[in-house]
Each structure stands twice: as structure tokens, then as C-alpha cells.
Design a protein around this ligand. Structure first.
Ligand SMILES: Cc1cc2nc3c(=O)[nH]c(=O)nc-3n(C[C@H](O)[C@H](O)[C@H](O)COP(=O)(O)OP(=O)(O)OC[C@H]3O[C@@H](n4cnc5c(N)ncnc54)[C@H](O)[C@@H]3O)c2cc1C
Length: 470
């Protein structure tokens, strides 16, 4: 295990000022990060006012690109002095409207800024290529590491290597008033700690509402000696999920185990020119020594066969494996290609593994009853799955049906002791569901933390927590 610190992220300032006040703010921004670091053009503002979700683009007024933590701190102080809200921006691949300025309190102008281009997970792994190390958290999209920390991202490797919560060791942050802090103490990177409150995990998943992450210290892993991937088709959802549960119960340290339903596999076949049987399917990957791979594979093959799984289709060579996982990561685009011109909304519930077959079966019935296109792909080893609901954004009636469906799905997950979001975060769309999930006392504690760290509600206002009743 080793560590890597990344300096990353862009961020967006939202502000209410006009005229002379606005001019003086812009000139303060320019004095901090130069003329080139303060952008007002429509295209760059639009780019920073939206993510990959269905939430409408609400562009900030100004996009600012700082180069170091000191500049971020100085910019935050300007915003603090003028009571200007701030929206951090990573790479805009979020799926819950986290970078939009749209919120109840956003009758505002906006501006944004970016430290050196945010280090993304792919850039980090390219940098590490010759060191024998890698960073396994893999949300599919090439997101920034600070954005991934901010959303507590995970993805296909989480079943073995954990999510951002388990893999962030320390964070450098700028608070709303410009104070710079290190959540585990400056420069510290112990393998474990019981030193006081866990500030690191308070900020992991805080979605820019508590501070701006400027550096992450991450846990890295040795590259596995060998890897092998496989695809296996099943007669039913229950058989695929039973195989998953039994494989984990057997102690197989599987690296990836991804579920695709029949609709999703058909979409992937079409989009990625594949020819897998159109039935519930598992994509699997094993990491380890040659000897341990043999054992892992043999145990898993026995389990899948006992659950009616067809013979594995193996992919041992890097090229074939990459093609397989590219097809999985392209599932979002494969779903979109089912209805050209439409947009996709990814639901993101997570339930205890024992409840997974039931919730997937009920969800598929719900999709059919409500005439919705929603292929399902899931990080099934974690009990986390997504319906990629493809919808015509210009059809209000269909949008309404999607909205009702996603709420029903989240409540179904809550009723099964799960969560309304396993990895995408709360953003704008799940604030009310978060209240149902947490209960009023826990929400009050969250609000108290927000009030303490950001008393003027300047950090990404309107996200995660609903506005306080006046
Ligand atoms: C095709 C596709 C597949 C995806 N698959 C997965 C998946 O499998 N698992 C998964 O977890 N996610 C997935 N995502 C969602 C997305 O990639 C993650 O949420 C990612 O962590 C967002 O990172 P970002 O840099 O793009 O952040 P952004 O979208 O820019 O921002 C997201 C949130 O983080 C905040 N933020 C960004 N940078 C900072 C910072 N420096 N300091 C404080 N707050 C900050 C923003 O204000 C916002 O609230 C997928 C997205 C796409 C498009």
C-alpha cells in the first residue's frame, strides 16, 4: 500500500453582485489567478453549469481557474467577504446535478474556477504505469479524483478494493472562509488511525457543500500479477444474484462482478458489436497470482454451474479483457443508443445482497407496467444497481412517469433496509429521499455540521440538504 497526493479541481463561484461590486470582485479574482484564469464566456459558463444528469443547465456567471491551494484560499476569502456562494467543479461527469447553480436560493449570478486541470483517475493510472502500482476505484467515467472524493464514488472494482471512503487517507481542503485544513493532519498517511473525529470521511461524499478539496492522499495497490475476466449467462436474475452471493460467501476475493439484465446485454451487443446471449449476465474479473486465479476461477465456475449458468466465456489477454470492460463502461452510451435523441437518468439504489433479486425483479415489472425503457446494470457484489432510464426530455408526461418510477424505486430500496444512493450522491434530486432515509434527527445533525463549517451557506448551496424553512 502506498499513497498519492493529487492537486485537482476546478470550481464555480455563484454570486449575486452586479455593477461596481461585480467589477471589484472580478478584479480581485483576476489579481489572484490572472486574466486568463477568470472566464466569462457563454460556452465555458455553460460547460461548468451542467453535469451528465437530466438536471437543466444553469450556467454560473464566471468560471475561475486557480493554480494552487493558496489561490483557492484567496478566492474563497473574496467570496466570503462578499457573501458569494461557491460551486466546486471537477470534470462534470456527476449524475445528480451537483454542479448546477439551480437551487431555491440561486437567484444568482455565478462564476467558476479550476486549479490546474483536475487529475483524473485515468491520468493517475497512466502516471503510475511503470511503478507496479495502481488506483483501482473506477467509476467508469474519467472523473477527477477530487470530484470522486466529493461524491464518494466507487464503481466496478469496489467489491474487492472498496470505495473512495476506504481509499482516501487525507484531504487538503479550503473552507468557506478561506481557511486551509488537512483532515488527517498535514502530511499524515498512516495505514490506520483512531485519532479523534473522522474528518476525512466527513468530507468524502460532502459534494462541495462543506469545502473545496484541493488535494487527496490515496491508498494505492500493487498491480495484480495476473488477471482474468469472464462472461456468464443465466436463466434468471435470481440465478445470477445467487451465484454472486455464493461466490462472495465462499470467500473468493473477486475483483469485479457486474450484472447486466437482458435489456442491457442486448443494448451492449448492439452498441459494442458483441453477441452474448440475451439473458441476465455476469461480467467477472479475478486478480491474483496464477495459482490463486486457478482456485478462484474453479470455485466460481462450480458455483455458477450449480445455478444454471452457461459455460464461462474467458478473456485472458489484455486486449480481450479491455474490450469486455469497455463494453461494460459504455453501457450508458449503449442505453442512450436505444432511443437516439433521448437523455438517460441513472437510478442508484443499494440494498443488502439478500434483497437484491427481489428488488431487481420488482423493478423490472415496474418498468414494463409503466412503459419505460430502463436497462439495468449493477455492481451486484455490493448490492448496488442502476436502471439507465432513457427518456425524451421534451415529453413532460414521460418525464413525470420517470420521476414517479425513480421515487418508487428509491422507496423500495429504503423499505429493504437499503439506501437511495450507493455511489452517485444526493445532489439536487435526492434531498427529500435523504430525509426519509436518515430521519429528522440525523438530518438535524447534518444541518448542524453544515451551519458550523459554512454558517453563511456559501458552499454549493441547495445540494444534499433541503433549504431551511424560513
Ligand atoms: C458514463 C458514466 C458512468 C458513471 N459510472 C459511475 C460509477 O460506476 N460509479 C460512480 O461512483 N459514479 C459513476 N459516475 C458518476 C461520476 O463519474 C462520479 O460521480 C464522479 O465522482 C464525479 O466526478 P467529477 O470530477 O466529474 O465531479 P463533478 O461532476 O464535477 O462534481 C460532482 C460533485 O462534486 C463536487 N466537487 C467536484 N470537485 C470538487 C472539489 N474539488 N471539492 C469539493 N467538491 C467538489 C461538485 O460540486 C459536485 O457536487 C458515472 C458517470 C458517467 C457519465
Amino acid at each position: 500500500m502506498t499513497h498519492f497526493a493529487s492537486l485537482c479541481s476546478s470550481f464555480v463561484y455563484v454570486q449575486f453582485a452586479q455593477g461596481a461590486v461585480l467589477d471589484s470582485i472580478l478584479s480581485a479574482f483576476r489579481s489572484i489567478c490572472g486574466e486568463d484564469g477568470v472566464l466569462l464566456g457563454e460556452a465555458v459558463r455553460e460547460q461548468h453549469g451542467k453535469d451528465e444528469s437530466l438536471h437543466r443547465c444553469c450556467p454560473p456567471d464566471v468560471v475561475v481557474f486557480p493554480h494552487c491551494v493558496e489561490e483557492v484560499s484567496a478566492l474563497a476569502k473574496v467570496c466570503h467577504n462578499h457573501q458569494l456562494p461557491i460551486i466546486p467543479f471537477g470534470t462534470g461527469t456527476g449524475l445528480e446535478g451537483g454542479v448546477s447553480t439551480k437551487s431555491e436560493c440561486a437567484a444568482c449570478l455565478c462564476d467558476s474556477s479550476c486549479l490546474e486541470p483536475g487529475v483524473t483517475r485515468k491520468a493517475l493510472n497512466a502516471y503510475l504505469r511503470d511503478t507496479g502500482l495502481w488506483f483501482p476505484v473506477d467509476p467508469g467515467a474519467d472523473a477527477s479524483l477530487c470530484g470522486m472524493a466529493a461524491t464518494s464514488a466507487s464503481g466496478t472494482n469496489a467489491v474487492r478494493y472498496g470505495t473512495m471512503r476506504e481509499n482516501v487517507i487525507n484531504l487538503e481542503l479550503v473552507l468557506a472562509d478561506g481557511t486551509i485544513i488537512h483532515t488527517a493532519g498535514k502530511g499524515r498517511r498512516p495505514r490506520k488511525t483512531s485519532a479523534g473525529y473522522n474528518l476525512t470521511n466527513l468530507f468524502v461524499g460532502s459534494e462541495g457543500t462543506l469545502g473545496i478539496i484541493t488535494k487527496t492522499t490515496l491508498r494505492l495497490y500493487g498491480l495484480p500479477e495476473a488477471m482474468v475476466s469472464a462472461v456468464c449467462s443465466f436463466p434468471s436474475v435470481q440465478d445470477a444474484v445467487d451465484s454472486t452471493v455464493q461466490t462472495l460467501q465462499a470467500g473468493v476475493p473477486i475483483a469485479r462482478i457486474e450484472f447486466l439484465d437482458d435489456v442491457m446485454i442486448e443494448a451492449c451487443n448492439r452498441f459494442s458489436s458483441l453477441s452474448y446471449p440475451v439473458t441476465p449476465t455476469l461480467f467477472l474479473e479475478f486478480h491474483g497470482s496464477e495459482q490463486s486465479l486457478k482456485e478462484q476461477v474453479s470455485t466460481t465456475a462450480d458455483i455458477t454451474q450449480s445455478n444454471g449458468g452457461a459455460d464461462f466465456q474467458w478473456a485472458q489477454h489484455a486486449e480481450t479483457r479491455n474490450r469486455l470492460w469497455k463494453a461494460r463502461h459504455d453501457a450508458w452510451y449503449a442505453a442512450l443508443a436505444l432511443r437516439p435523441g433521448c437523455k438517460a437518468y441513472a437510478t442508484d439504489v443499494c440494498v443488502p445482497l439478500s434483497r437484491l433479486p427481489q428488488i431487481i425483479v420488482e423493478t423490472k415489472e415496474d418498468l414494463i407496467e409503466n412503459r419505460l425503457t430502463g436497462p439495468i446494470a449493477g455492481h451486484v457484489g455490493d448490492g448496488n444497481f442502476h436502471c439507465l432510464v432513457v427518456v425524451d426530455p421534451n415529453d413532460p408526461e414521460e418525464l413525470h412517469r420517470v420521476h414517479l418510477f425513480t421515487d418508487r424505486l428509491a422507496r423500495r430500496a429504503l423499505a429493504m433496509d437499503g439506501t437511495c444512493t450507493g455511489e452517485h450522491g444526493v445532489g439536487l434530486g435526492k434531498r427529500a429521499l435523504l430525509c426519509e432515509e436518515m430521519g429528522s434527527m440525523a438530518i438535524q445533525v447534518m444541518q448542524g455540521l453544515k451551519d458550523t463549517l459554512d454558517p453563511n451557506n456559501l458552499m454549493n448551496p441547495g445540494k444534499i440538504l433541503l433549504p431551511k424553512a424560513l
